[in-house]
Design a binder for this molecule. Sequence first.
Ligand SMILES: NC(=O)c1ccc[n+]([C@@H]2O[C@H](COP(=O)([O-])OP(=O)(O)OC[C@H]3O[C@@H](n4cnc5c(N)ncnc54)[C@H](OP(=O)(O)O)[C@@H]3O)[C@@H](O)[C@H]2O)c1
Length: 302
Amino acid sequence: MAVLGPGGVGGLVGALLARAGHEVIFLGGPDSVRAVRERGMRVRSGMFGDFTVRAEAAGELRAPVDVCLVTVKHNVLDAAVERVSPAALGDGLVLPLLNGIEHPAALRARYRPELVVPGVIRVASSRVAPGSIVHGSSFVEIDLASASASPERLDELATLLQGAEVQAKARADEAAMLWGKLFFLAPFALLTTAHRCAIGDMRTVHRKQLIDLVAEIAELSRADGAPADVEAALRFYDAFPPEAQSSMQRDAETGLPLELDAIGGALLRIGQRHAVPMPLTERLVADLTPLSKGSAAAGSRR
Ligand SMILES: NC(=O)c1ccc[n+]([C@@H]2O[C@H](COP(=O)([O-])OP(=O)(O)OC[C@H]3O[C@@H](n4cnc5c(N)ncnc54)[C@H](OP(=O)(O)O)[C@@H]3O)[C@@H](O)[C@H]2O)c1
């Protein structure tokens, strides 16, 4: 199998697959390719222990694979998929684990739709250096659902991931799965980044704005055909340790590009399509846009 984007998510899941005995090839830029070829993919994890796997690495896919995980960030997706041509992929499944909601359509425009199986992942994992991953959470959970792939291939993929110690579940409804993640993530990411605060202050100091934003996004979710429970979202935020930060906020602090367009931009585009007013989201996206490309030094990591 192949992993396009050997970072926090791709490095970890790819290493778990390799540790379970699968042949894995990591596809990325020259630094990651060199690091993996020379030293393997290294993982430090409280849950799995520290381990290193030997794996292939290359700048592009040259031979078919059963599955290609897509684990880059949304802002580099177009450039990254150039490394995996539809011909090289063959009949392999494409499993994107990006946050956001628009990437499955982009992938179905490039690869045969019946090969694309979107997933959402719940994990905390970081690429601390090329080929070196620190996994901090006590869970790695992936939900899978596809409006276009066969249920048999979906189930096979879930089983394959389970065999690598990933808690994987096949779900029935792709839109509900993607919206489920975006609905919780978007308010958390936008508010903590805009106010430069952790979740504790977001749900206390900025509670009124949080409630209004969750309600605004819930209406959009419903207009797009996916259920949304405002009270459940608020309970979810209230259950987090107060110091929890969003990855968008961490990226902003580090000067890395933000997944602002994949999260806030996508909400605005869907809002326009359904004529649902999104005034709060619009203001937060406008406020965060100057940060979205990252600072020159940190943004030019590759
Ligand atoms: N990390 C988490 O805990 C977590 C949890 C849930 C969801 N997510 C989502 O998962 C997605 C991936 O996040 P991440 O944290 O894993 O990001 P990341 O650590 O920044 O990893 C992204 C990887 O993509 C590689 N890359 C960049 N441009 C590329 C290109 N043109 N071709 C091939 N590879 C390229 C980077 O390569 P280099 O290593 O060479 O720079 C890096 O290894 C995001 O949508 C994120 O929101 C992440």
